[in-house]
Write a protein that binds this ligand. Sequence first.
Ligand SMILES: [Zn+2]
Length: 64
Amino acid sequence: MYTSCQPCGMCDAVIQQAGLGRVVFALSNEQLLDIRPGSGRPAVPQDGPALLDEVREVVAPYYG
Ligand SMILES: [Zn+2]
């Protein structure tokens, strides 16, 4: 698969599930951040990982 930008974590999971053998991307995530215009809004703070044990119980069976 050829893409303009490096697949994010969600896209990467779907690419694996689809059984694709290779991805070629033009821009890395870091390169995209360098050229992407800002939104003018402040960045949203992200905190985590949090509640690892609790979420593992819910998520692990999906991949199990
Ligand atoms: Zn994505």
